[in-house]
Design a protein around this ligand. Sequence first.
Ligand SMILES: Cc1cc2nc3c(=O)[nH]c(=O)nc-3n(C[C@H](O)[C@H](O)[C@H](O)COP(=O)(O)OP(=O)(O)OC[C@H]3O[C@@H](n4cnc5c(N)ncnc54)[C@H](O)[C@@H]3O)c2cc1C
Length: 434
Amino acid sequence: MPGRMAAGRATRAGRLAYAGGHKAEESAERMSEERLRTEVLIAGAGLTGLTAAAAFASAGIDCRIVDPAEGGPRSDARTTAVTCGSQRLYATLGVWRALRARAQPIRRIRVAEDDVPLFLHFECDDIGEGPVGHIVRNDDLSGALRARLETLGVPLAASAVEAFEERPGWVRARLSDGSEIDSRMLVGADGRASPVRDLAGIDKRTHTYRQTAMVCTVRHTEPHHDTAVERFFPAGPFAVLPMRGRRSAIVWTAPHRVAARLMQLPAPDFQAELAARFDGMFGTPTVEGPPKAFPLSLVLARRHVQGRVALVGDAAHALHPIAGQGFNLGLRGVALLAELAADHVRLGLDPGDPRVLAEYAERRRIDTATLVAVTDGVNRLFSNRLPGLGVVRALGLGMVNSIPPVKQALMRQAMGIAAGMAGPLPRLIRGEPI
Ligand SMILES: Cc1cc2nc3c(=O)[nH]c(=O)nc-3n(C[C@H](O)[C@H](O)[C@H](O)COP(=O)(O)OP(=O)(O)OC[C@H]3O[C@@H](n4cnc5c(N)ncnc54)[C@H](O)[C@@H]3O)c2cc1C
């Protein structure tokens, strides 16, 4: 197996024995007493890995996180649109109470194409489930998750998973600090470049969009009335996401060479270009701080699992940010994986049992494939100048806007509360404890 490493000395009498799983019990005896042991080892302390740890620990499953970036400077200029379903997960995990005062609700969404009179307008009151979602600063979410993990007693270490070796019933990971950890399940939450995915020998599909997302915050002179706006230009989408006060986060997508030119402009010229797209929506915008650039690509793991390794978040699927759904998709995966593991543990079984991972992989397949197709398709449809397509786009927006059931179905999808072909929503996303 790829990622193979020298096997350490195996000793007897593992403490992680599961009453119902005889095989697991036998192999637990071969887990080392001298090494660190945990039920679930999570590689990656990004937002996905931190959330996964909160979900496992809340269900009483022993877990720990390792990440080489721990202890270093960690600041992410971005904001994230957390859907209604994801907010329910955070409320259930006891994370939301620390975030509520900093999160900005989205109560209406306006989708429009440049220069086209037809548009799509969503009002959260049409659904009656509260805000469509919230905009949170990534640093605030990370801080709230870390505080929760401290309360739950989840250890976090500055180290990378460098190799692992799978044995029947457990997996041994070797870390960059030279130590080893034995676990029932290794969770790869290590981002789009996922070393764990590569070590597990899981292939990936990649596609570059030849686009860069420029991210910044603007102050504006008029209130946004809790409105998120997505304007489509031939060069790419321009999203304006409400923040607390008269401020909004901008995610402005353009082809690489256009973005490179814009990023090199002196601040007043960049601001003038941005103001032209902003088009006086909420008065005059003023850019706060320098913009940051994120080259965009699709990275899709061919499988979500291999043996006792499960991929979550960007390690499994890194999408185009056009619909602000990539992280939320990852959270549905985290919620499902923790739920299946907890159900197994309650039966006295092993949380990393191959049946847990097989069901996780099967149920995530459809949700992931659907969202990849939607984000990819919408980006292709709107980011071009092909003659005729403009009419199709305008008619499409106008039609959806005028057919309430279609509009409401779309909105429930965007809110992350629509059960689909992928089966029922995980309990955490429904706001129920695991
Ligand atoms: C411009 C932009 C805007 C976005 N907006 C939204 C939005 O509004 N809504 C939304 O849902 N999504 C959005 N997304 C997507 C979202 O940002 C990502 O899906 C999310 O940040 C992924 O988090 P992650 O924890 O999976 O990965 P990462 O944040 O990449 O974290 C991975 C972690 O793994 C660690 N690591 C790496 N190698 C190892 C190793 N060997 N062992 C242990 N740890 C390791 C890294 O140090 C890192 O800390 C956006 C993306 C972009 C680019």
